[in-house]
Design a protein around this ligand. Structure first.
Ligand SMILES: Nc1ncnc2c1ncn2[C@@H]1O[C@H](COP(=O)(O)OP(=O)(O)OP(=O)(O)O)[C@@H](O)[C@H]1O
Ligand SMILES: [Mg+2]
Length: 118
């Protein structure tokens, strides 16, 4: 069997909102090809944890690495975000755009893909 290759590492992640401590030092590794499921009651920090992984929420403490790159100290976080798929719990579509334009906007604005191709 081939050795496990860590693609994502989360180390001692902490996050509070005011005096509410939501993440109390979360650590885990994700190996290549692995699937992990996070289960817990509403309000226990599942979305907060996932949002920290691409820095949509800034952790108070702890470190995150994607491949060999430290996400938590990245200078160009938007480049790293392009490598991370994220389905929002509450979808955030642009009201002034059609469904098709909503799908296209990330590709054309961030990835600079031509309109026709997008
Ligand atoms: N931006 C924020 N400001 C203040 N409090 C927040 C913020 N985001 C989350 N919280 C609080 O942090 C806690 C964890 O929220 P989170 O959304 O991560 O929970 P969850 O496990 O994803 O819940 P659910 O199962 O309902 O999706 C909750 O008490 C929530 O009210
Ligand atoms: Mg959630």
């Amino acid at each position: 069997m081939s050795e496990n290759r860590v693609v994502l590492r989360v180390e001692n992640l902490k996050k509070s909102f005011g005096d509410k401590e939501v993440l109390k030092g979360v650590s885990f590794d994700m190996n290549e090809g692995e699937t992990k499921v996070i289960i817990g009651p509403s309000g226990t920090g599942k979305s907060t944890l996932l949002s920290c992984i691409n820095m949509l929420v800034t952790p108070d403490e702890g470190k995150i690495w994607l491949e060999k790159e430290e996400v938590t100290s990245a200078k160009n976080i938007n480049r790293i975000r392009q490598e991370i798929g994220f389905v929002f719990q509450d979808f955030g579509l642009f009201n002034h755009l059609t469904a098709l334009r909503n799908v296209m906007v990330g590709l054309t604005k961030v990835k600079k893909v031509e309109k026709e191709k997008a």
